[in-house]
Design a protein around this ligand. Structure first.
Ligand SMILES: O=C(O)CCC(=O)C(=O)O
Ligand SMILES: [Fe+2]
Length: 331
């Protein structure tokens, strides 16, 4: 790697991941090598050639629009709970752990969170383990077909994300399945986001500058635009919508796991378009119980890892508790 290239970009590159669904080892290796370069130097790329149907992406967007169009009191029927599933009203989160800039104004968005489903009878839920509980679904009479639409999408996105886990392992010179054990019960978030158009105001964002917590993010956005990614010259580079592409980025736990060989790049959303914006980031993260310990292949000979081991669930709870008002305990 040429470290001088790090953060030196003026657009987000596109990677065709179709070979990852096939069996041609040479093509798979070439795709992984290209991926490695993007993850090391930019931390962001567009993924095309995946097998998530455009129809499924569109169906989720329509479901999202229908949900956010409901009266506030109906949205509040599924208000976000202690398990981090449900509706986060407009301006409900301020990113305070952002290392990117001092942030004080709440994000100009409302969102609806789903996670991996955990039944009420599941031992993890019964034991009161953090973030392990059932999703909150809008009722069928209010929004018909909502749940199967979301679940179908999460299935397709999970398949794509697992292909990327394999490609990431290959890109580090490891066997394709070497990280799989950490994703046996993956921690999954699907966040449906609605950004009203916003005024131009100092320090006011749809989504304030931040890095993502987790492993990888795969984002579908509508045709409005507004996502921007920071380069090494502190310029905000647009990541405009490309049809049938997901924006993929490295999260902080992947950066840490890779001894910061891969870079978790700050990004933000500003919606000055005059239109409403809808996006749907899918976050694919390790199992709560997975121990994240620096990948040896990422530590140069003679050096020690930059960070110690951490249980993914503990790391995640710390990050989440800091960022969301509704979780803050009244003192
Ligand atoms: O809405 C977007 O385009 C980006 C959202 C985002 O960065 C996030 O939810 O972490
Ligand atoms: Fe993000």
């Amino acid at each position: 790697m040429n470290t001088n290239d790090r953060g030196d970009f003026s657009e987000i590159p596109v990677l065709d991941v179709a070979p990852l669904y096939g069996t041609d080892r040479e093509k798979i290796a070439a795709t992984a090598a290209q991926l490695c370069d993007y993850l090391e130097n930019i931390g962001f790329l567009y993924v095309v050639g995946h097998q998530v149907a455009a129809q499924s992406v569109e169906a989720v967007r329509e479901a999202s629009k229908a949900f956010f169009a409901l009266p506030e009191e109906q949205k509040l029927d599924v208000k976000i709970d202690k398990n981090f599933r449900g509706y986060l009203p407009f301006a409900g989160s301020t990113i305070v752990t952002s290392s990117v800039e001092a942030v004080s104004k709440p994000n100009q968005s409302e969102s609806l969170f789903f996670m991996h489903e955990v039944d009420e009878t599941d031992p993890r839920c019964l034991a009161g383990e953090p973030l392990q509980g059932p999703n909150q679904w809008p009722t069928e009479d209010l929004l018909p077909n909502f749940r199967p639409t979301i679940e179908h999408y999460v299935d397709g996105m999970s398949t794509l994300a697992r292909k990327m886990v394999g490609a990431i392992a290959l890109s580090l010179g490891l066997p394709e399945d070497s990280l799989d054990a950490h994703f046996e019960d993956p921690t999954i978030f699907l966040r449906l986001l609605h950004y009203p158009t916003q005024p131009k105001e100092e320090g006011l964002f749809g989504s304030a500058p931040h890095t993502d917590y987790g492993f990888i993010t795969l984002l579908a956005q509508d045709d409005v635009g507004g996502l921007e990614v920071k380069n090494k010259d502190d310029e905000w580079i647009a990541a405009p919508p490309i049809p049938n592409a997901f924006v993929m980025n490295v999260g902080d736990i992947l950066a840490r796991w890779s001894n910061h060989r891969f870079v978790s790049t700050p990004h933000r959303v500003v919606n000055y378009s005059g239109r409403e914006r809808y996006s749907q980031p899918f976050f694919f993260d390790p199992s709560m119980d997975a121990m994240i310990e620096t990948i040896e292949a990422c530590v140069p000979t003679g050096e020690t890892p930059k960070s110690g081991p951490v249980r993914y669930g503990d790391y995640l709870m710390e990050r989440i508790d800091k960022n969301y008002h509704y979780r803050k305990k009244a003192s």
